[in-house]
Design a protein around this ligand. Structure first.
Ligand code: HEC
Ligand code: HEC
Length: 368
């Protein structure tokens, strides 16, 4: 037995060596076999200066081919119930991948319950959706295909199999046996969404010493960062860098008054954790590209940034789960009570977070 396996090993070694020689010899003249389609070139995310450390475990398995496949899938209307919608229907790149000015979006069945958020810098987010119900971008994609696009997954796979661009890209991204599966679809979408990084706004250029802010923009930035506005408590990451403009936590910023937690029209985070202390809490949204992503709040109740600032200034409301920040003395009696000049400064500052290179990034555009 022992001798046999030794012999087999030896023989297979010789065969392997020979076939290696053969390959190196004839490779140039042969059309590539199915294995050589597996390229999987590592995709390196370009992290803007001063951004927090990226610890997302999926970043190491991203590939150029996977990101490209994800982009095509993101825009492909065949992957919906009526063949008329894609992810991009509600996540339009010119609006920083949010829904073109709509408070609610129309999915394959009805109006969405919540406002479609911008998709940016989500590689740093470990809980997706306003209520954080999804623990990864792949699970999130599965949720979106099911609930927004009404996709019957097997129909989607059957369609993808008929298209040579797809069969090639799936094999290039994921290798042999090259079959198209639902997890691979979600994984490619995840890679694409992770590649959507925004960090080149006017504020970024200011921080890099390349551009100046106007006096009003600068005043707004200071208000944002100090107790006058207190915005940084929630719209800045905790690890030192403020530049994600979210700490990715869930809070109640005082939008609605409630006596009991059951009074909240949308339970938000509470419906996911079941904890009464989470009712009425929603993800602190990033404020990057905020001038492009209105209407605002989880239900799109405010049309303009002026209305949002007026809310923080003059009409925050008490409820059992309101965030402690909103109870500080400077927020007493319904808000910060900002002057007209301070309000305008905050709005002007928020406009400096618009990143035109993000919305024109060729890697995010419609490939069709
Ligand atoms: C009909 C409109 C619509 C379509 C189509 C749609 N989405 Fe969304 N998307 C939304 C809405 C609304 C939300 C917020 C839902 C919530 O938080 O409960 C959302 C949330 C998200 C989030 C979470 C963002 C965050 O900050 O947590 C991601 C990521 C996302 N969508 C990606 C996708 C992808 C990928 C597709 C395609 C597979 C897709 N969406 C299709 C409307 C849509
Ligand atoms: C206590 C935490 C907290 C503080 C302080 C805070 N925010 Fe918010 N902000 C939130 C949360 C949470 C939401 C989403 C609420 C919702 O939709 O239910 C939000 C939403 C927003 C939105 C809308 C975002 C979108 O995509 O719809 C803007 C704009 C905004 N905040 C700006 C500010 C500014 C400017 C300040 C300072 C004056 C500030 N916030 C202070 C937590 C906070």
């Amino acid at each position: 037995m022992k001798r046999f396996s030794f012999l087999t090993l030896l023989l297979s070694g010789i065969v392997a060596a020979l076939s290696n020689c053969r390959h190196t010899h004839v490779d140039n003249n042969q059309p590539s076999d199915s294995d050589s389609l597996y390229t999987n070139t590592h995709y390196t995310l370009t992290i803007p200066a001063r951004f927090p450390l990226l610890t997302n475990p999926y970043k190491d398995s991203m590939s150029v081919e996977g990101v490209e496949l994800g982009r095509i899938l993101f825009y492909d209307k065949h992957l919906s119930l009526d063949g008329q919608k894609s992810c991009a229907t509600c996540h339009n790149v010119l609006f920083a991948l949010s829904d073109s000015g709509n408070a609610k979006s129309t999915n394959e069945f009805q109006q969405t319950v919540r406002n479609a958020p911008a998709l940016e810098n989500l590689a740093w987010a470990s809980q997706l959706f306003w209520d954080g119900r999804s623990g990864s971008l792949a699970l999130q994609a599965q949720d979106a295909y099911q609930h927004e696009l009404g996709l019957v997954v097997q129909n989607g796979i059957n369609y993808l199999k008929t298209d040579s661009t797809y069969t090639r890209l799936f094999r290039k991204s994921f290798g042999r046996p090259g079959d198209i599966t639902a997890p691979k679809i979600y994984n490619a979408i995840q890679q694409f969404v992770m590649s959507a990084i925004s960090g080149n706004s006017k504020l970024d250029k200011y921080l890099r010493g390349e551009e100046q802010l106007t006096p009003s923009e600068l005043m707004g930035y200071q208000i944002f960062l100090n107790e006058t506005g207190d915005c940084f408590h929630c719209h800045a990451s905790s690890g030192g860098s403020t530049l994600l403009f979210t700490d990715n936590l869930f809070r109640n910023n005082g939008l609605d008054s409630a006596v009991n937690v059951s009074d909240f029209k949308d339970a938000g985070r509470g419906a996911i954790t079941g904890s009464s202390s989470d009712y009425g809490k929603f993800k602190d949204p990033s404020l990057r590209n905020i001038a492009l992503t209105g209407p605002y709040m989880h239900d799109g109740r405010y049309t303009t940034l002026q209305q949002v600032i007026n809310f923080y200034s003059d009409s925050t409301k008490l409820s059992p789960t309101i965030d402690n920040t909103m109870l500080l003395p400077n927020h007493a009696n319904g808000g910060l009570h900002l002057s007209t000049v301070q309000k305008q400064a905050l709005v002007d500052f928020l406009y400096t977070l618009t990143d035109t290179s993000f919305i024109h990034n060729p890697g995010l555009q419609n490939p069709f």
